[in-house]
Write a protein that binds this ligand. Structure first.
Ligand SMILES: *[C@@H]1O[C@H](CO)[C@@H](O)[C@H](O)[C@H]1NC(C)=O
Ligand SMILES: *[C@@H]1O[C@H](CO)[C@@H](O)[C@H](O)[C@H]1NC(C)=O
Ligand SMILES: *[C@@H]1O[C@H](CO)[C@@H](O)[C@H](O)[C@H]1NC(C)=O
Length: 301
């Protein structure tokens, strides 16, 4: 009998509690849910209401993980038997147990689906605030193919920067730069950001030549890109200088020869003016045509 009495008391207490807080009560079975990009995931949200569910309304919203307080976007709505999906989720989201549960199934998940999801359940005329459940969704993704680039001077003694950037990957991929050939070694990496890093090499030599690999990896996989670096030695300078000197010298010689020729022509022209035209007829028929046009007639007639 004592037992039954306790049970009655407990029931009264529970009923009293419900009447005092007569709002819909929401529970989220898992506060954080993880899925791999492309997979389906259930966002769990259970609720309990004291009255019939004829005017039940459920709204799922999402806010970015990085800023849960920012304005949230609607994902899907259930209102008195009607379901409305937000355009961003059309065809990918659906209630799985309506009207008994507010769980939704999200198909074909994307990295951009990650966020803080809230289910807001109200069941008029039940009074009080709507019940709210909250969970975080993380979407994991393998790293995308990184992009390897190099810049700098590949002449011996120059400096070269090898850089690597990866666009996608959750969790953030680990990055590694290695030299593979001829002998393998890991290189000291500087990170520009979470997703890009670089290696700096100064005063490079012929030994710097080789195959370099940047690999990015996380729990879901790894990807690599490569750079084939060839350091060249500048050609020996001495023959170049010698060649230059020789060219300048020969040019100077040609110039001198030209000057001499002009002077000589000038002088012989003046000599011709002083001497009689008859004397020149035999010796200067062709080479002096520009100087004495009168001669041309004579020579060709
Ligand atoms: C999600 O995928 C499952 C299994 O492929 C399918 O039964 C369900 O209808 C899909 N849901 C939506 C909303 O597309
Ligand atoms: C560059 O490297 C060469 C040999 O590899 C060395 O002799 C020279 O001193 C180095 N120069 C500088 C500026 O470090
Ligand atoms: C790297 O480049 C050098 C010179 O350009 C070439 O001889 C060598 O075959 C290349 N190696 C690979 C793996 O591409």
């Amino acid at each position: 009998m004592g037992c039954s009495g306790w049970w009655l008391l407990w029931s009264a207490c529970v009923v009293n509690t419900f009447l005092q807080h007569s709002a819909v009560r929401v529970t989220v079975r898992e506060p954080s849910v993880e899925a791999i990009q492309g997979d389906s995931v259930v966002l769990p949200c259970s609720f309990f209401s004291m009255i019939p569910l004829s005017r039940l309304s459920i709204i799922w919203t999402v806010a970015p993980l990085s800023d849960p307080a920012s304005p949230s976007q609607v994902v899907i709505v259930y209102d008195q038997g009607q379901v409305i999906e937000s355009p961003a989720y059309t065809g990918r989201v659906g209630f799985t147990g309506i009207p008994w549960s507010a769980d939704v199934l999200l198909n074909d998940t994307r990295v951009s689906d990650a966020g803080i999801y809230r289910c807001v359940v109200s069941n008029p005329p039940e009074v009080g605030d709507p019940g709210i459940g909250e969970l975080s969704l993380s979407i994991l993704a393998p790293p995308s193919l990184p992009v390897c680039l190099w810049e700098g001077d590949t002449e011996e003694g120059g400096s070269v920067t090898l850089s690597c950037a990866v666009a996608e990957g959750v969790p953030t991929p680990e990055m590694r730069w290695e030299k593979l050939e001829p002998e393998s070694m890991t290189l000291p990496l500087n990170m520009d950001s979470d997703m890009s890093g670089f290696v700096q090499m100064a005063n490079i030599s012929a030994q710097t030549s080789g195959i370099y690999r940047c690999s990015v990896s996380n729990v879901l996989g790894s990807q690599s890109c490569y750079i084939n670096l060839s350091v060249y030695s500048p050609p020996d300078n001495t023959p170049g200088i010698l060649q230059g000197v020789l060219v300048s010298l020969s040019m100077a010689l040609v110039l001198v020869a030209l000057v001499v020729l002009v002077l000589w022509l000038h002088r012989s022209g003046q000599e011709r003016k002083t001497s009689s035209p008859k004397e020149q007829e035999e010796e200067e028929c062709y080479n002096e045509i520009t100087y004495t046009p009168s001669l041309i007639k004579r020579s060709f007639v």
